[in-house]
Ligand binder design. Sequence first.
Ligand code: NIG
Ligand code: FE
Length: 412
Amino acid sequence: MLITDIKGLVGLHPKDKLVLRGNELNDLPVLENAWLLIEDGLIKDFGEMGNLPSPTAHLPYYSAQGRYVFPTWCDSHTHIVFAASREEEFAMKIQGKSYEEIAAAGGGILNSADKLQRASEDELFQFAALRLKQMILQGTGAVEIKSGYGLTTESEIKMLRVIRRLKDQFPIPIKATFLAAHAYPTAFKNNHQGYIDLIINEMLPQLAEEELADYIDVFCEKGFFSVSETDQILKAGAKYGLKPKIHANQLSVSGAIEVAVDNGAISVDHLEESNEESIETLKNADTIVTLLPSCSFYLGIPFADARGFIQADLPVALATDYNPGSTPSGNMNFVVSLACIKMKMFPEQAINAATLNGAAAMELSRDYGSIAVGKKANLLITKPMPSIAYLPYSFGESQVDEVILNGEFYNG
Ligand code: NIG
Ligand code: FE
């Protein structure tokens, strides 16, 4: 397929550029008035309209009619396998209850786990597939999905099998993360080591046997998993080749970043709270800093210091955190808007963070996250827009017109 009359081809990073650190995020290369050639699902070539290859030689061709072409969003942090929404907590939140108070009152992760344990694998698959379809139609073309609402061996494996089915049935790359260390089940409230032993001795061997996970995650936070508990779980995961992606510093500075970096984490996610030491630790690592502004927006907690991280030369990525409790939305367009509006990222920085660096946070940036010859043709075509900045500027309104996956239009 040949796409012609593209107002701007966005995100033309060199193919070997796999991650953008610090000020590199400022540079979002764009070719104006362009064409793009796709062959066998890959980007074959592109250029200016002045040098258009003869269209008849490359049928079918499609005119973008003055619209922009972006790489699809790469959403590297989601929890989209869940049994039910939690809008009953929404009212509690409006009344002024905090995330921790709602969890203590029987809401939160344990509430979701209770519902998930009673749902069948088929039901969970249907629900998650609907969410994923919606996300793709909003421009997402690669995604990471976590377990963590099972909290028993049977239900954690059930969640991971749902993710496996999503991998098999959707035309986008999906990474699975094992997050049994999301909360202590009530039965282990006073026996943390008992639950950790269950994770290490029962869950990990079983999921490894079925090759169900790519990464391991821990919610390292006061009232959830301590730094030493996190360390124990990550070291056990490493024996099965699972690299960490960690929930760190969401509600407090906890030492999560240090333990994550020590264990070779691909990413540390959240960081609504941070201090100089966390930044120093990250400066000496390749770990990606994944920020989730729609979680801050929904919970009313501080927004992460994106500018500080960029100034410290760190690789910042953006993701949704789509889950029923803290972020009931999988809309990356909104995430990019919030990153600009509330974290004062520039549109170029936010778009790079939501594409190439998101791909890097899933170890997918060799094939996804930017437009380069030889990379996958996972692209979104915008509605007519006056400029690139218009996309985050027009918050709450989707500027995504068409989504192309592996060179083919996606219609859900
Ligand atoms: O990333 N913080 C931990 N996990 C999720 C929320 C889970 C929930 O409330 O169901 C998050 O915000
Ligand atoms: Fe999360």
